[in-house]
Design a protein around this ligand. Structure first.
Ligand code: SF4
Length: 205
């Protein structure tokens, strides 16, 4: 598992991650949520292990359909795409999933298990598009306001701040005005075509 974790995350240290989860729980964080992107032939054989881990650690876990962000070479997205419905049916072979209206105000659709506090979530940009309920924009470390995870539309807030240092009203107005450019939805496909050149780690969650 540690080797596969490092291979999938490129740099990840599984022990450090697990220690971090436990330290967060011991520090009093509640409702800790893990995210897992499932790829066929890469980690789809670990879906039930991930659910067991979440149950044992008393944390939530959301399974995310891979989004075509950034050019990848080590796998073919068309081949490795694993839908939320496929992941859910694998889980339901072992655990009955009860739909719940609980939300974290994010795109995850949650399910409960009768014998556990852990919630199972599904983030399904391809199979259950959630853009109509979108409430997200993101700011990069360089001060760029990204209006949509699945599109390149953005506004440079740093230049506003530099031109008008300390002028909060001007900054607010720039953010409100930027909403005119917010796309209605993403246009992701599962055929492996790259929709957005920036990787997820350049955008943030
Ligand atoms: S509109 Fe863009 S940011 Fe909003 S949910 Fe869709 S892809 Fe994500």
């Amino acid at each position: 598992m540690p080797e596969r974790f490092r291979a999938l995350t490129r740099t990840g240290d599984l022990k450090r991650v697990i220690d971090g989860i436990r330290a967060a729980r011991e520090a009093g964080f509640t409702r800790i949520k893990l995210n897992a992107v499932i790829l066929k032939g890469r980690n789809d054989d670990e879906i039930l292990d991930l659910v067991d881990f979440a149950r044992n650690e008393n944390v939530d876990i959301s399974f995310i359909e891979e989004m075509p962000l950034g050019q990848v070479s080590e796998h073919d997205r068309a081949e490795t795409f694993c839908s939320s419905d496929e992941v859910r049916s694998i889980i339901e072979a072992q655990h009955a999933l009860l739909p719940t209206t609980e939300t974290t105000l994010g795109p995850s659709r949650y399910y409960r298990m009768a014998d556990s506090e852990s919630r199972i979530g599904f983030i399904s940009p391809h199979s259950h598009n959630f853009c109509e309920a979108c409430n997200r924009v993101r700011v990069t470390a360089e001060g760029r306001l990204l209006l949509c995870l699945g599109n390149e539309h953005s506004v440079d807030l740093r230049s506003v701040i530099r031109r008008h240092p300390g002028d909060l009203e001007r900054l607010k107005a720039a953010i409100v005005d930027a909403m005119r450019f917010k796309p209605e939805r993403h246009h992701f496909t599962t055929d492996g075509d790259v929709q957005v050149v920036r990787f997820m780690n350049m955008t943030g969650g």
